[in-house]
Design a protein. Structure first.
Lengths: 381, 381
């Protein structure tokens, strides 16, 4: 595949500027620092870590997170779990409901293969279907109840119906009820720390109250899984979760760099930006303008445009110039970017950007040191 | 790969509602009608057709376009041309400049392999580099001059410098100068027909004038390549191009459906919408809301949100609900979409949506009849 055509450059000094572009590049020291920092954070607070692999979709990164102490990884989609499971990753928590009959068949095949798969459930009808499938398959399925703490995307609201659903799962001989999941995705990018903290603590209280209610009814909740990169420090203060699900901390992106941390620090002080897109100037005939080879197909477009990092004049700005190209606005007609100039940009939103590439190009300083396939890229089904 | 897991359903009646989702689906009769309509349009006006494969990225579709009379296909990126070339597609016009030393090496390898590769050039320095590489490789490279007709993305503006560049290419023994390319991407989505027509005809006049100037200087322009789906009817009126490059006509999308045709008709009257994303309801616990399995990773997000087509109540609206999910807003609390409900949506912008999937699921009525791999998916480099 052409994304892998840079392979001959692995280990060649200066090779980062000779790669096929656009390329998704990892700054290895920054990445390793992030993996270590979150592992140390969880260890310090006595919390488990099950980082969300929907961010990176890559078995090599999952292996490194697990080697640093993670229990396993979360996956958003069954296809992601299949792809990483095929690479030997276990301890997989599937955080989205698995609903259609065809998907349930695939889930049972995956459950047969993995030792420690857990899936989130938010609906009694779905719990009945999964229990029947697990019975037919002859192996119980480990499940969490997904609690809706205000996002309303998936999950069941805390209350009587949730209690009844937990009871149904607890009593099924074909489901092993393990506890609760909650993801407050609507709070992750609140830029002000005080507001994010207050709302996050309220969410954690909902989750803790539900756990208390279930445990008072003899329904044990061994796992309380949730949290995200945006609340990694608040979640430990709340002391409700047993494990953190944050994913974006390995890479960071423009969205998370804009989020404030405590004491006036930024989230970008806790974790470094380790992911960039490297591109090349391919046309430069118009004054105050250069065209690069990275457009809509090379960056996610759900957030703001990419922010240039290396290679461009300080005041240069990237704009999307269609599917295949990007424009670089220069502030002066005296500036000109030569054909072939290497530029990099911070990804606007890391997860959907990663989804556009088949591999990471791993860099140390000016050298391509490794290529990691993104096995779960595009596994949205 | 999990996108291909639907293979066992090929040819099974009713199978379209039993597929792994999200899935990118082609309505085969509509698609075939579009391929035939554009071929007939070009035949009627004595024009060649070299449809842009950046839309579909698929060898099977390229073969069908060529079988219907196309000369070959256009590719936006070298990686696309490599992927389709590996499947036996020839007559490839590479419409973007190939600039970096590494890309030029790959281009020479591709030129050695294909009988009829043409590449666009917009810069004398690049022409010199390509001529040197072609000389070293021992096979001349066919080239067009990319003319900037106002978009300023790539291309050289008509005038003395362009004339000199054409002269340079014409005189190089290692380049075979074939003519001109112009793409007025800034005009394609002007919704009003009269304005789009006036501006497009002005662009065609620029192109025709440049051809006349070069031919007066004994620089033959056998090929004048350009145009797009949005101007397919205007381009034939101008009578300047020798070949049309339109790509989106095979699928159409929300953007092109919003464009007016002549006589108050819409572009959607000329070509049918043949491409949709099929998704499933995976959560429905909140009144007036359902959650599907298709979010930012399943649709391009550079245009407006997807528009629901089949399976939802008439007044239901899709909204993006994060990376992995979509929300369906329902107008009444009495409506509820059952878990597993199959929904489809028109893609907002077809090209970057296609770039998210590994395969087309080809449908006839309610049946999955074929699966076509998207070989050039993600080949942005």
């Amino acid at each position: 595949m052409s994304d892998f055509i840079n392979t001959p450059l692995v280990g060649v000094p200066g090779s980062r500027t000779r790669m096929a572009t656009p390329a998704l590049v990892i700054d290895l020291p920054a990445f390793e620092a992030n993996v270590a920092a979150m592992a140390a954070h969880c260890a310090k607070h006595g919390l488990n870590l099950r980082p969300h692999a929907k961010t990176h979709k890559c078995a090599e990164i999952a292996r490194r997170q697990i080697a640093a102490g993670a229990l396993g990884v979360c996956c958003a989609k069954l296809g992601e779990a299949e792809a990483l499971g095929a690479e030997g990753i276990d301890g997989v928590l599937l955080t989205s409901p698995v609903v259609t009959p065809f998907a349930i068949e695939r889930l049972m095949a995956l459950n047969a293969k993995l030792d420690d798969l857990i899936v989130a459930i938010d609906n009694p009808e779905n719990a009945t279907a999964l229990a029947a499938a697990a019975e037919a398959a002859g192996k119980p399925l480990q499940v969490l109840m997904d609690l809706d703490v205000g996002l309303h995307r998936t999950g069941i609201a805390p209350g009587d119906e949730a209690h009844a659903l937990a009871r149904q799962m607890e009593e099924s001989p074909h489901l092993h009820f393990k506890g609760l999941q909650a993801y407050a995705g609507h709070l992750m990018h609140i830029e002000g720390f005080a507001e994010r903290r207050e709302k996050s603590l309220a969410v954690m209280k909902m989750l803790g109250d539900m756990r208390d209610r279930l445990e008072a009814d003899s329904i044990a909740c061994a796992i309380l899984s949730g949290g995200g990169t945006g609340t990694f420090d608040i979640d430990v203060e709340a002391n409700v979760l047993t494990e953190l699900q944050g994913g974006s901390y390995v890479f960071m992106d423009k969205q998370y760099n804009d989020v404030d941390g405590p004491d006036g620090r930024s989230l970008g002080d806790a974790f470094q930006t380790s992911l960039h897109v490297q591109m090349s100037v391919v046309s430069n005939n118009t004054p105050k303008l250069a065209t690069t080879d990275a457009g809509f197909k090379s960056f996610s477009t759900d957030a703001e445009p990419p922010v240039l990092s290396d290679g461009a004049p300080d005041d240069a700005k990237y704009f999307f110039f269609g599917d295949e190209q990007g424009g670089i606005m220069l502030s002066s007609a005296n500036e000109k970017l030569a054909l072939g100039t290497t530029l990099t940009a911070v990804t606007p939103h890391c997860d959907p950007t990663v989804n556009l590439y088949d591999a990471y190009h791993v860099l140390e300083d000016d050298m391509l040191v490794d290529i990691w396939p993104i096995e779960a890229r595009g596994r949205s089904a």
